[in-house]
Design a protein around this ligand. Structure first.
Ligand code: A2P
Length: 291
């Protein structure tokens, strides 16, 4: 069984499940990407300039047997490169590291508090999209008020908003706003985050994978907690990019098409939303802002 796709507002088709690589070294990333493509059946890889592993992603893709055009590749612009010219240059640098002449999706990684600069950055991304070197453009960690800034420009509507999203933080407002405007939501830290993603003032370590409700549902289906969480994202229409550098987990995380969560399972999981984040709130952290 293959991964379903979602059509973005750009017309581009995105596999609903992809491999995340945050906090993986270049060598770990290369091996994980190759395994994910060749052995596990992934066709979607999500990286970022700030992860420092775009070269590993590029090596993994080139050493796999899967042709580039069958792979949906996302990377992200870091905040220190926001602004019109800096964004154009940063995009070229990302393509060079990835060793490809286009990406399928290019995202602004984090909203700056400087709205003017976000607008200039968006103009650069629109130019990149017009050139065909990014098939779609979008954002990450944008709250509705940040999205409104781009909507007010009257140009390209972001194809995607990638936000922290998991059963502890279901992001109902962001999802409703995004749905109203044709923006597809992607979930980062879909399994509740890494054990050391404790950055930002409101952060806390991952407790979702050990949650007793998730464990009980996993037992019911003879699946793992990670597989339950991934199904929850899929059945909620979200794009999900679980990260792992371990082959067994990479394979396990895409082995989710032979069962479905029931309405009871979904309603039990819905009780877990307590609004807790593993990362920072986008309004509280002006991370990496240019001087
Ligand atoms: P690892 O790379 O060592 O496997 P996220 O929610 O950001 O996707 O975080 C995933 C975290 O959970 C990572 O630390 C990853 O670590 C771990 N992980 C990924 N897949 C599984 C799995 N199937 N079971 C348990 N832990 C997992």
């Amino acid at each position: 069984m293959t991964t379903p796709t979602i059509t973005l507002n750009s017309g581009t088709s995105i596999p609903q499940l992809g491999l995340g690589v945050w906090q993986a070294t270049n060598d770990e990333t290369e091996a994980a990407v190759r395994f994910a493509l060749d052995e596990a059946g992934y066709r979607h890889i999500d990286t970022a300039a700030a992860y420092g592993n775009e070269e590993g992603v590029g090596r993994g893709i080139r050493s796999s047997a899967v042709p580039r055009e069958e792979i949906f590749l996302t990377t992200k612009l870091w905040n220190s490169d926001q602004g019109y010219e800096p964004a154009l240059q940063a995009f070229d640098a990302s393509l060079a590291k990835l060793g490809t002449d286009y990406v399928d999706l290019y995202l602004i990684h984090w909203p700056l508090q400087d709205t003017d600069r976000i607008e200039r950055t968006w103009e650069a991304l629109e130019k990149i999209a017009e050139s065909g070197r990014a098939k779609a453009i979008g954002v990450c960690n944008f709250e509705p008020h940040h999205l409104q800034v781009l909507l007010d420009l009257g140009g390209t509507v972001p194809a995607v908003d990638q936000v922290e999203l998991h059963p502890h933080l279901t992001q109902k407002e962001v999802r409703a706003f995004a749905a109203d405007h044709g923006v597809t939501v992607e979930s980062w830290s879909p399994l509740g985050g890494t054990s050391n993603s404790g950055w930002g003032s409101a952060s806390k370590p991952n407790t979702l994978l050990a949650d007793p409700i998730i464990a009980r549902i996993a037992d019911r289906h003879s699946k793992t907690p990670a597989q339950i969480l991934i199904r929850w994202h899929l059945q909620n229409g979200l794009i999900v990019i679980p990260k792992s550098v371990h082959e067994e987990r990479i394979a396990q995380n895409i082995d989710v098409y032979d069962f479905e969560l029931t309405d009871l399972d979904l309603s039990e999981i819905d009780t877990l939303d307590d609004g807790t984040r593993v990362g920072a709130h986008p309004d509280e952290l002006n991370i990496g802002a240019p001087e």
